[in-house]
Design a protein around this ligand. Structure first.
Ligand code: GDP
Length: 462
């Protein structure tokens, strides 16, 4: 099945570096004829005679006219010891778009065809160089825009996630084989598969899979950032706090995915996590945000936020007002941080006494930049939820998430089946369901449409 999908006979070519002007650009060829084709445009030496993992300098020429296009360095990788597992060459040329195009055209004239998006990685997958979660993490790695998203993508590419899944799959396969063996001996009424052991395995697996599912929220945060709202009464100091935070932690434009320069929002990068500040225009334009947009709208805004910073002038706000506000947050299930501002006026000790019923409050002076770090630490802690850290395997992919939910469901079926003394053949069926969904994640169970869809999300040249 996979061979048909691959079109392995064809040699593919694409620009591997970002399009546009650069100091150098890299054009990559992969396939059975990669070396033949490169020889036709790079006459300096016969690459068939060279060892893999070597570099070769020389002129790159038009395959027919032999007119020289550029001076280049060719890196040679001989299959299977290459990214795709096939013979691969990488031509480093000067980075003008004109030269890049000329060289790609020359390679096509010499027998290559343009690669489809993700086709290099698809070949790596089909040649067993990567499993599907690793291949997908390559896409995430390319798109990663903060330290944390880079770290999770890297962790996945190295196979941490797949290792966990493979282990579970192997154990389940063992049990289903034993149970099926029992069925062959059903007359004799023997039990090969140790039910207690299976029950423990399923219970443990259940916990692990649940943890992975929970990590999806975190994964999403790492990939996309977390919507953050600063709310409070007029004059509480919202714009002052906003400016202080932005001065210290404004994310640089290139860190922010999915935004163009025109629609740029204010984004903070705190410890590698992106906090997208929503409605900062509202904070800046009017001095009474909540009043002017109406309570309804601000509630809506808060519901859309992953975390809300409720900022108040600790000298002005009464304890009753705070109580009402907190009750509202709780009723609406809003994730909030309480921040008491302007401690420079009455002093922190007096204000702490006033609000002693709320030990979680952070006391700051936005104007004097006092204790701003505590606000940042609390933001990070809210998002991390205390249960998951970035060293763990984190699910960032919606496809994996959906499949993991199915895995969990079938694990629960297995467990319920055992609780209800279900016969072996029905148990085996539930285990097989579970195996199916596990395999879907790592690519052991797959179909062509799905593969095409996954790899089409890559950029060309990868
Ligand atoms: P907003 O309406 O919530 O955006 O509040 P602003 O940021 O515009 O601040 C309202 C007023 O409070 C301004 O005059 C600020 O200078 C002042 N302010 C903000 N933070 C502090 C603070 O920590 N201490 C003191 N004393 N004044 C502050």
């Amino acid at each position: 099945m996979l061979g048909k999908l691959a079109n392995h006979d064809e040699t593919i070519v694409a620009l591997a570096t970002a399009p546009g002007v650069g100091a150098i650009a890299v054009i990559r060829l992969s396939g059975k004829e990669a070396i033949d084709i490169t020889n036709k445009v790079f006459p300096a030496k016969d690459l068939h005679q060279q060892k893999g993992y070597t570099l070769h300098f020389g002129g790159l020429v038009h395959p027919h006219t032999k007119a020289i296009i550029d001076e280049v360095v060719v890196s040679l990788y001989k299959g299977p010891r290459s990214y795709t597992g096939e013979d691969t060459t990488e031509i480093s040329c000067h980075g003008s778009p004109y030269i890049q195009q000329q060289i790609i055209d020359a390679c096509i004239l010499a027998g290559a065809r343009m690669a489809k998006p993700g086709e290099f990685t698809q070949r790596a997958f089909l040649n067993g160089k990567l499993d599907l979660t690793q291949a997908e993490s390559v896409a995430d790695l390319i798109a990663s825009n903060s330290a944390a998203s880079h770290q999770t993508a890297m962790q996945q590419m190295r196979g941490g996630f797949s290792r966990e899944l493979h282990q579970l799959r192997d154990e389940l396969i063992k049990f289903s084989a034993l149970i099926e063996l029992e069925l062959d001996f059903s007359q004799e009424d023997v039990a090969f598969a140790d039910r207690t052991q299976l029950y423990e395995l399923v219970t443990q697996a259940n916990k692990n899979v649940q943890h992975l599912i929970d990590s999806f929220r975190m994964g999403n945060v790492i990939k996309n950032g977390v919507n953050t709202a600063i709310v409070g009464k007029p004059n509480a100091g919202k714009s002052t706090l906003l400016n202080t935070l932005l001065n210290e932690n404004r994310a640089i434009v290139s860190e922010i995915a999915g935004t163009t320069r025109d629609t740029i929002e204010e984004v903070l990068n705190i410890e590698g996590i992106l906090f997208r500040l929503i409605d900062t225009a509202g904070i800046r334009e009017s001095n009474d945000t909540i009043e002017s947009i109406g309570v309804q709208k601000s509630l809506e805004k808060m519901r859309n936020a992953g975390v809300v910073i409720y900022l108040f002038d600790a000298n002005e706000l009464t304890v009753e007002e705070l109580e009402t506000q907190v009750a509202q947050f709780q009723a609406e299930n809003i994730n909030y941080i309480l921040v008491a501002n302007k401690i420079d006026v009455q002093g922190e000790v007096a204000l702490r006494n006033k609000f002693s019923a709320y030990p979680g409050i952070i006391y700051i002076s936005a104007k004097n930049h006092d204790h701003i770090q505590q606000v940042k630490d609390q933001l990070v802690a809210e998002v991390m939820g205390g249960t998951i850290n970035t060293e763990d395997t984190i699910v960032t992919n919606a496809r994996h998430y959906a499949a993991l939910k199915e895995v969990l469901r079938s694990l629960e079926d297995v467990r319920n089946g055992m609780d209800n003394q279900l016969p072996g053949d029905l148990l085996a069926l539930d285990i097989r369901h579970c195996l199916h969904y596990l395999g879907e994640i790592t690519g052991e169970v797959t179909n062509e449409d799905r593969l095409d869809w996954i790899f089409s999300k890559f950029c060309i040249g990868k």
